[in-house]
Design a protein. Structure first.
Length: 152
């Protein structure tokens, strides 16, 4: 590796969120980008030195958690309320990380997401913080796109 040829890690502050193919709100935080492979333990008769661990299905143990400053747009609240009232609408969602030039470099795509929890802001008369709304989404899985390739 040449001295001038280095790859610095990306900063986690340049990102956007798409719901149903539309960029929504200015989110301050996204969490829940997680997948794990389940496994089954198999005890082979006569083999006491170890236990076989056989791979099973993928599992998405956490919901996708979106946090953003509360504005007069109530699209996320309305989507959640409709779900509570039994009019559940699933949407594909994406979390897109942007590079220094503003181009998409990483894209996590979530399939068939729907709201399962909404948390309003904590209101304090003494503070001057931005009022933050939180929306949690369940989903049917994710894949990853980097530089035009799909992984997952």
């Amino acid at each position: 590796m040449a001295l001038g040829d280095r790859h610095d890690p990306y900063l986690g502050l340049n990102f956007l969120v798409e719901l149903g193919g539309v960029i929504v709100a200015g989110f301050t935080e996204v969490s829940g980008l997680e997948v794990e492979l389940q496994f089954e333990e198999y005890h082979e008769g006569g083999q006491n030195a170890f236990v076989h661990r056989l791979p099973g299905p993928a599992r998405y143990p956490r919901t996708l958690v979106l946090r953003h400053g509360l504005t007069d747009l109530d699209d996320l609240w309305s989507w959640h309320v409709n779900s509570v009232r039994g009019m559940l609408t699933r949407k594909n969602a994406s979390v897109v990380m942007l590079g220094p030039d503003g181009a998409a470099i990483w894209r996590w795509n979530f399939r068939a997401a729907y709201p399962v929890r909404w948390v309003g802001p904590e209101l304090r008369a003494q503070g001057g913080e931005v009022a933050i709304e939180t929306l949690e989404l369940a989903h049917d899985g994710l894949d990853l796109r980097t530089s035009g390739r799909v992984r997952g």
